[in-house]
Design a binder for this molecule. Structure first.
Ligand SMILES: Nc1ncnc2c1ncn2[C@@H]1O[C@H](COP(=O)(O)OP(=O)(O)OP(=O)(O)O)[C@@H](O)[C@H]1O
Ligand SMILES: [Mg+2]
Length: 309
């Protein structure tokens, strides 16, 4: 692969998302989002709630229709969802009637459809081991804590051998200790596999610790890339070394200041579009995999499962 392709492994060009408002007018929530990502780079996205972070991420995932612009991954313009871009959301969406092993084996099956069951099992065990879950591989989601379930979700996403890993606040619902553990799990995996990664987070410290560059988004509507901040820390990252780095508190202070400035701008500009109400969640009663998948697809964020069959 040429150097230039490695340098622009992911190219997001003039990305636009327009949603209709209650009067039927199209409002450009995201408008002209441009970003170039190097192969193996870890990008953090910070911005105020409702500015359009998840919208950008789900468009890259191919789970949300693009209204304008395009996204090119490894030289190929994306067209819908695919296992080359795997997603981890805040709540892991596991099939409840399958064990941790079964859930990860689904991902393996998607990438190695011709492998024998034994080979698939060995690969799934490898990924479960990477996320520290080998002793719990026969547990069902209901028998696992939120952190353990999220580990299964991460193992399944990695098992897809993605070109790009898309993480939307993956630790948002976890306590701070579990959160730190899982940050290190992801960093260890990325150190070994160099997967190009986009991490949406609200946590400035998490972004600084994990990312190579932190991209702030301007307030919506018409949100786009604001400031891009390069992190000066070496890899592999050691938490204490990052915290002790002479630049750490400057970077942290400057990012927080920038976000506060955006907040003031938003207040001064007046009211912005209210977030749409989510449909109430419904229980999946059918055990049939195809039907369950169709249901999951219609639930927006749970459509990370679209690759599993
Ligand atoms: N399906 C939809 N229809 C209409 N508007 C939508 C839809 N989905 C999102 N929006 C609007 O788009 C904007 C961006 O939403 P998005 O979920 O991307 O924000 P976010 O930055 O991820 O927020 P948070 O940090 O709270 O997760 C919001 O104003 C939201 O109300
Ligand atoms: Mg979001």
């Amino acid at each position: 692969m040429s150097n230039s392709l490695q340098d622009r492994y992911v190219e997001i060009v003039n990305l636009v998302k327009a949603y209709p408002n209650p009067f039927g007018e199209d409002i450009r929530v995201v408008d002209g989002f441009d970003l170039r990502i190097k192969q193996g780079e870890m990008i953090g996205i910070l911005g105020h709630s409702g500015c359009g972070k998840s919208t950008v991420l789900t468009m890259i995932a191919g789970l949300n229709e693009i209204s304008g612009g395009n996204v090119v991954v490894a030289g190929k313009e994306i067209d819908g969802a695919g296992p080359d871009r795997s997603v981890v959301f805040q709540s892991p969406c596991l099939f409840p009637w399958m064990t941790a092993l079964g859930n990860v084996m689904l991902g393996v099956k998607r990438v190695y459809p011709h492998a024998s069951k034994k080979e698939r099992r060995e690969l799934a065990e490898f990924y479960l081991n990477q996320v520290g879950l080998i002793d719990a591989m026969h547990k069902y989601p209901r028998e696992m804590s939120g952190g353990m379930q999220q580990r299964v979700g991460i193992a399944r996403a990695i098992a897809l051998k993605p070109k790009m890993l898309l993480l939307d606040e993956p630790f948002g619902r976890l306590d701070s200790l579990t959160r730190m553990e899982l940050q290190d799990v992801i960093l260890d995996i990325l150190n070994q596999n160099q997967v190009t990664t986009l991490l949406v987070t609200h946590d400035v410290d998490e972004a600084i610790y994990m990312c190579d560059r932190i991209v702030t988004m301007t307030n919506g509507p018409h949100a786009r890339v604001g400031r891009i901040n390069e992190m000066p820390f070496e890899r592999p990252r050691i938490r204490q070394e990052v915290l002790d780095h002479p630049e750490y508190y400057n970077i942290r202070g400057s990012l927080i200041q920038y976000l506060q400035d955006l907040e003031h701008e938003k207040e001064n500009r007046g009211k912005v579009a209210e977030p749409a109400e989510d449909e109430p969640a419904t229980e999946d009663s059918e055990a049939d995999l195809e039907e369950a998948l169709a249901t999951q697809k219609s639930k927006g964020e749970k459509s990370e499962l679209v690759f599993m069959l």
